[in-house]
Design a protein around this ligand. Structure first.
Ligand code: ADP
Length: 242
């Protein structure tokens, strides 16, 4: 068994609105192991992204905070985690060339070349002088993954990374994640798509209204979902009739 690199125990996160109401997420208990791909699934508003932000150390910049419990890193820290957002344009500055944005992150030319090759965006196909709007949606998403890899992270938190892509690009992106995972990358894969998470993750955590409704392997979740929300998620997976 791989060793745990992240443990949440009784973790409670919250946002306060100007009107004084509070959205509370948690208490949450879960463990992430080295090299694992863990799926965080659940309906919109369940609290998945909030958990991701806290792991990245970004929650306070998003207006939230930790109000209880623990999140313990073992052998890694916030800095070892990188984020892949749903919308690549939100992560790229439209006013600067791709090359300048990558160099801004302190990367050497050799490292830039290495990560672009990894995501199948070799320099023969794409100029570093290009601007984000000059790339296709699929290329932009690959570029954001390459930028996440520049810091040689140990953990990738991918938040709905394929939601804005067509099915073929979605498949290609998942193949890229599988390759990174085979090479030892640890993943937290945030999605509302149970089938997609099940095809990639070794373990799934189903969140519902800020709490962990259920966790288990994809097999356990599909064969015997216990929580009503998991049962609905399983039922909502399309079945192909041929
Ligand atoms: P998910 O990723 O599962 O869609 P989120 O983590 O984005 O869910 O949101 C969880 C809850 O926190 C939701 O009720 C959402 O409205 C609330 N929330 C998210 N971001 C903020 C914020 N910046 N300020 C106040 N409430 C927020």
């Amino acid at each position: 068994m791989k060793h745990p690199i992240l443990e949440a125990s009784g973790l409670c996160l919250a946002y306060e609105s100007p009107e004084g109401t509070q959205t509370q997420i948690g208490p949450l208990d879960f463990t992430l192991h080295e090299g694992e791909s863990l799926g965080l699934i659940g309906e919109s508003g369940a609290g998945k992204s909030t958990v991701g932000y806290e792991i990245l150390g970004l929650l306070r910049y998003k207006g939230g905070r930790r109000v209880g419990g623990h999140l313990d890193f073992r052998g890694i820290s916030h800095e070892d985690a990188a984020f892949i957002p749903q919308d690549p344009l939100s992560a790229l500055d439209p006013l600067f060339s791709i090359g300048s944005q990558m160099r801004e992150l302190g990367a050497s030319g050799a490292k830039i070349e290495e990560v672009l090759r990894k995501v199948r965006l070799p320099l023969e196909k794409m100029s570093l002088k290009s601007y984000p709007h000059e790339l296709s949606g699929g290329m932009r998403q690959r570029l954001v993954i390459a930028m996440a890899l520049l810091r040689s992270p140990k953990l990738l938190i991918a938040d709905e990374p394929t939601s804005s892509l067509d099915p073929l690009l979605q498949y290609q992106m998942m193949e890229l994640f599988r390759e990174l995972h085979r090479e030892g990358m640890t993943f937290i894969f945030v999605t509302h798509q149970l089938a997609l998470a099940a095809s990639f993750c070794e373990r799934l955590i189903v969140m519902h209204r800020g709490k962990v409704a259920e966790q288990g392997t994809p097999d356990q979740i599909f064969r015997s979902p216990r929580h009503p929300v998991t049962q609905q998620l399983v039922q909502s997976v399309p079945v192909m009739k041929v």
